[in-house]
Design a protein. Structure first.
Length: 474
């Protein structure tokens, strides 16, 4: 099959531009067609004989039309969103050049860029001699932290294996579920993940961590790792890293910090105190595709003692067909669990070159200011109530009509469903204790205060309709 490269790329570029510009026009944030409708009407079959390029372009149109518009200001659902044009450029060029990051030989400038980014992010975390690797996301970064903790506690366990039935890791009761996933992968099991009680703001309580470690030892377990969270998924709470570091190190445990969501606070002179004590951690994961708005995926694992990560990834030494001694200090595959690995560093580097540290700080501060604005609007409306103290840009609230006999949890769950059904806004439904809350996050750089006002107005509109027994509009 012969393609006219210029014509084809022009057609794709035209579609990209239309998608980018669509964010400023009236429209839905979520597709109108339901899942059953999509299954019934979309042609997704894989042909024995290809359809040709024209049909592929039509397929791209269909895909865009049936995608969630994550670049619109109405998209407030997960811990990421928006669209960075410099980051998009880096993503496109990374795909076009198709370099793999396991050796310097196959990605020379990409290697230098990744090393530069890792060095700078280590400096921000207070790891002057640290190193690290780009990963597939915060879940993978948390797993690397726990694997490094295991290697520190049981040297050479990567080679000899180990019995993990007595190993114990300690996490916040509100930690991300990836810690459970990691416990499965590294061989200690879910039951050995000990969830430590939190205070009223969702932060791990240091005194309870101390008690849990002592209790685990009395039960014959082997504590080896504490995972602190800098920005919990629901409430955006930051565990007291400094206090937890003191306990962990006094007990001889590794301290890993899951800063996938909150790591960007380190740019802000106003808000970096949220991660006070981060320099005492042993490892950190940090997602640039979250608060820094770089396209998915873009995540970094940082470690204070690079040699531990190097030992963990020593399996690379047997790949004589890839790794050669003359490039031992620059082949990034020696510090990664992956072999072939796409260049996720380029888009972050391009975005950083555009913004600089000051631009990242401005983004963090603006998101926090907008979260303050939204919280104030909620406090001013007697039909709305905050459901947790706000620390980061997570805003957890609900519609509360007062004592009219309605099940408030059902009302708020239905409000979210109606928002999605009409395509006006996407926001997360979460739980704090037994209460259903609407959790929106300020992370999408295209969100405006006008869109925040419209969002609250739709929440109240639907809440009042539901409480009056009115059906949802078609």
């Amino acid at each position: 099959m012969t393609l006219d490269a210029e014509a084809f790329i022009d057609e794709v570029a035209r579609r990209l531009l239309a998608h980018v510009q669509e964010k400023d026009r009236p429209g839905r944030v979520s597709p109108e067609a339901s899942l059953p409708t999509m299954r019934r009407t979309l042609d997704l079959g894989l042909p024995l004989e290809g359809f040709g390029v024209d049909n592929v372009l039509d397929d791209l149109d269909t895909y865009i039309a049936n995608s969630v518009k994550t670049n619109r200001s109405e998209f407030m659902n997960p811990l990421w969103g928006g669209l960075s044009l410099p980051g998009l450029a880096g993503e496109i060029i990374a795909a076009a050049t198709n370099n793999s990051m396991y050796t310097y030989e196959l990605s020379p400038m990409g290697t230098l860029i990744e090393q530069t980014l890792i060095k700078r992010m280590n400096e921000l975390a207070g790891f002057p001699d640290g190193f690290g690797t780009f990963t597939t996301g915060g879940s993978n970064g948390n797993m690397l932290g726990m694997l490094c903790a295991r290697e520190r506690a049981l040297p050479n366990s990567t080679k000899t294996g180990f019995d993990g039935r007595a190993m114990a890791v300690f996490v916040s009761a509100e930690a991300h579920y990836s810690v459970l996933m990691s416990s499965n992968v590294i061989g200690i099991g879910h039951q050995n993940v000990i969830k430590v009680a939190c205070d009223d703001e969702g932060r791990m309580r240091p005194e309870r961590l101390q008690e849990e470690i002592e209790f685990a030892r009395r039960e014959g377990m082997i504590p080896f790792c504490v995972v602190a969270t800098a920005g919990t998924t629901v409430r955006g709470a930051f565990d007291p890293i400094d206090a937890l570091a003191s306990i962990a190190h006094e007990e001889g445990l590794w301290l890993h910090v899951d800063a996938a969501w909150g790591g960007a606070c380190l740019f802000s002179s106003t808000h970096r105190s949220l991660m006070h004590g981060i320099d005492k951690a042993d490892s950190v994961c940090w997602d640039a595709h979250k608060m820094m708005s770089v396209p998915l995926m873009c995540s970094v694992f940082l470690i204070k003692e690079p040699e531990i990560l190097r030992r963990l990834c020593d399996h690379a030494s047997v790949a004589h067909y890839l790794f050669h001694s003359e490039a031992a200090s620059d082949d990034l595959g020696r510090y990664s669990l992956q072999c072939a690995r796409r260049n996720d560093a380029l888009k972050l580097w391009i975005e950083w070159r555009v913004r600089g540290d000051a631009g990242w700080a401005k983004m963090v501060d603006q998101n926090m200011d907008d979260a303050d604005y939204l919280e104030a609007k909620i406090d001013q409306d007697p039909r709305l109530e905050m459901m947790s103290k706000r620390t980061w840009t997570n805003v957890c609230f609900r519609y509360n009509p007062g004592s009219d006999g309605h099940d408030i949890n059902e009302v708020n769950a239905e409000i979210r469903q109606r928002l999605i059904h009409e395509g006006s806004f996407m926001v997360s439904r979460s739980n704090i204790g037994e209460e259903v809350v609407l959790r929106m996050v300020l992370v999408n750089q295209n969100v405006t205060r006008a869109s925040l006002d419209r969002f609250l107005a739709r929440v109240v509109h639907h809440g009042e309709e539901i409480c009056r027994g009115l059906p949802a509009a078609d």
